[in-house]
Ligand binder design. Structure first.
Ligand code: PGA
Length: 257
């Protein structure tokens, strides 16, 4: 990553894991292990039911808390949904949006990701917007088309000032939870392409300041190489964020990288 212009962000995406006592135990174990980390922003994105526990467990630490989604309407008849305002009021700082599992299993589209991103920004949250191609799309050589389309649609109508509050996570769908990591060169290639796309839309100066993470089977063994790449500014970590020791190793790799 380019440390002169950007801060690394390592975010855990817990997905549908951990009860409240388990969440408390994991964060209580993690906090002292990463207490000395200054150059990396550390985030744990946890299930809605764990947010209050996670906020309490990390109070006074350098660990920030995020949610894993939010709805785009402010309030109303949307049974089962959670609004951005509800999260912001709790003290939640980040929210993952457009994760491929949401797109794949819950029919989220670029249009709703765009609306969610706008709602999150309006509430003062920092969106972590996920983009990434399917294996089939990579094999058909349309990775760049897919990514450019997602970036253009997901950030449509969002100002440069608001974009600067966003994080982008490049997560090739074929690498998520599969143990198949993109090589560091593959990750760098697409993260650089995302930055070029942002430069065309917002100008190079803005694009240079945006944190672009890699996500997809990132772990304690491969993190250092991934974050050593110029355009890879951290990671969105699923499985490996559920173990304090592994997550710490990844965070410390980003400190060096
Ligand atoms: P993984 O998940 O690290 O378990 O592959 C990453 C993600 O889905 O954000």
């Amino acid at each position: 990553m380019n440390k002169a212009t950007r801060k690394a962000i390592i975010a855990g995406n817990w997905k549908m894991n951990k009860t409240r006592p388990e969440a408390k135990a994991l964060l209580t174990e993690l906090a002292p292990m990463v207490a000395d980390v200054k150059s990396v922003e550390i985030v744990a994105c946890v299930p809605f039911t764990n947010l209050e526990t996670a906020l309490a467990a990390t109070e006074g630490t350098n660990i920030k808390i995020g949610a894993e989604n939010c709805h785009f309407e402010k309030s109303g008849a949307f049974t089962g949904e959670i609004s951005a305002d509800m999260l912001a009021e709790m003290g939640v700082e980040y929210v993952v949006l457009g994760h491929s599992e949401r797109r794949q299993y819950f029919a989220e589209t670029d249009e709703t990701v765009n609306k969610r991103t706008k709602a999150a920004l309006e509430a003062g949250l920092k969106p972590i917007v996920c983009v990434g191609e399917l294996l089939w799309e990579r094999e058909c050589n349309i990775t760049e088309e897919v990514i450019a389309r997602q970036i253009k649609l997901d950030f449509f109508g969002i100002s440069a000032d608001d974009l600067k509050k966003c994080v982008i996570a490049y997560e090739p769908v074929w690498a998520i939870g599969t143990g198949k990591t993109a090589t560091a060169d593959q990750a760098e290639e697409v993260c650089a392409f995302i930055r070029d796309t942002l430069a065309k839309l917002y100008g190079a100066d803005v694009a240079e300041t945006i944190t672009i993470q890699y996500g997809g089977s990132m772990n304690a063994a491969n993190a250092a190489e991934l974050v050593s790449k110029k355009n890879v500014d951290g990671g969105l970590i699923g499985g490996a964020s559920l173990k304090a020791a592994d997550f710490t190793t990844i965070i410390k790799a980003a400190e060096v990288g």
